[in-house]
Design a protein around this ligand. Sequence first.
Ligand SMILES: NC(=O)C1=CN([C@@H]2O[C@H](COP(=O)(O)OP(=O)(O)OC[C@H]3O[C@@H](n4cnc5c(N)ncnc54)[C@H](O)[C@@H]3O)[C@@H](O)[C@H]2O)[C@H](O)CC1
Ligand SMILES: [K+]
Length: 509
Amino acid sequence: MRLVTPQQMRRLEELSDQNGVSYAQLMEHAGQQLSIFLLRQIRQKKGGKILFLCGNGNNGGDCFVAARLLSSQGVPVSVGLLCGIPKTILAYSMYKQLGDIPVLSSIAQIKEAIGIADFVVDGVFGTGFHGTLRPEQAELFALASSRFCIGVDIPSGGNAETGAVVPGTMRCRMTVSFGACKFGMVQYPLKTYCGEILVADIGIPESAYQQIDYPMAGITERMIANFLPSRQPDSHKGQFGKLLCITGSERMPGAAVMSAAAALRCGVGLMRLAVPRSVIAAMCARYPEPMYLPMQTDEKGFALSANGNMLLEEMAKSTAVLIGCGLGETEETKALVTRILQEATCPVILDADGINCVTGCIDIIKEVKVPLILTPHPAEMARLLHCTVAAVQSDRMEQAGSFAREHGVTLVLKGAGTIVATPEGAFVNSTGNSGMSKGGSGDVLAGMLASLVAQGIPPTNAACMAVFLHGKAGDCAAEHLSEQAMLPTDLIGELPGLFLKLEQRRHSD
Ligand SMILES: NC(=O)C1=CN([C@@H]2O[C@H](COP(=O)(O)OP(=O)(O)OC[C@H]3O[C@@H](n4cnc5c(N)ncnc54)[C@H](O)[C@@H]3O)[C@@H](O)[C@H]2O)[C@H](O)CC1
Ligand SMILES: [K+]
């Protein structure tokens, strides 16, 4: 599913206009698509009165078109003007074609109409919304939200760029978005205001989409199914990658266990696991598959930089390195992480403390000669950018995209609606649930991602696949264990079932 910012949408309209599909035609198509959708809704419900709530911009214009088309087919429709007579030339011309459709402009009339409508269509504000709602608007929106409300392009009050909402934003059961889903609608909190999202084709030429800078898309199962490495009957372990994990400390051995277990369950051929010597016996009892590389530690159990030479030798034999989960942030681990990055010979996945270790010298990652993937959660991202978590969360795509472009890396910005940003474009994930908001979920993701990269899947594809499956594993776990009680280790238990489905899908394709 394509995702666009409001600026990209304006560019698409402009390119479309230059390529023979005018602005007026786009609005006509948007209204047409909306009317077809509404007709289907009415048929399902065996009838229904429709009230269009319209603002004075083009979002209202789309509704005037739909109202005219539905009325011509005998559907009882009325229009409520919440911001007066339309201001744009296009919307005004559509408004003038309403004919004898009832137009309500007083608040009292509109309130009454909301009360008796079967469907309330929200065409008050689209991508042109800014500022806040006036109290009387918020009151009307609350009333409309209590009915079966259908969003036009985006729920009014939502920010199409960031996913922020103002108090009183319309709560829609379904939203019909034109040309492409707006990026903000797949981010929180706006996502929860959209209901089911449908994208309507309004005739924007394919060539216009191809000219958009920094394209974005939602991650789908169909997309990631193609990334699964093929396994030939005569294969051997050397063909499925060699992953070096530099993880764990005496205080956080669990992070090493979870990332390693997740990596093993994602199919890597061989794993070398560098962890503090003291935790190996316990880990090996649980997971005998990896080769263990004992690391020397300080008196608190954190790895020393003196392990560097041994790790570089091991890295030379590896196809990917995961560094950071549970490693700890000391002067010694900082030196170790820096050295691994500077001398890396295969793709590196930098997670958790691996990220924390480079926040003071972030420019070194520009010099890294191998593909680098960072997997920060919002707090780690804030540390990287030396800003607040709120600043990260207020414009996730901008922060993730700018970082990926400036540093030439793949950046996985975690949190609901995880973003995989690359220098060329971005992907957004929609799987997962709040049951995953528990310490250890990130270690599982890092292990999954590292395993896929080690198997030769290009970093961006691997990141999309890992975040999708990680969220899917969370959704499966929540179904039988509950969001409350499910644990990050349960995600690992769901992976075999998910890979089974992907393999079956591949065999049937
Ligand atoms: N993208 C496309 O290809 C198409 C988009 N269409 C529709 O057009 C809207 C965007 O229209 P625009 O006129 O730019 O903006 P809006 O309709 O969202 O509203 C702007 C309007 O509202 C005023 N306003 C904004 N914020 C507030 C506020 N807080 N309080 C009061 N008034 C406010 C602002 O001043 C303007 O007057 C897009 O979403 C699509 O639905 C096309 O019709 C089809 C092609
Ligand atoms: K709207």
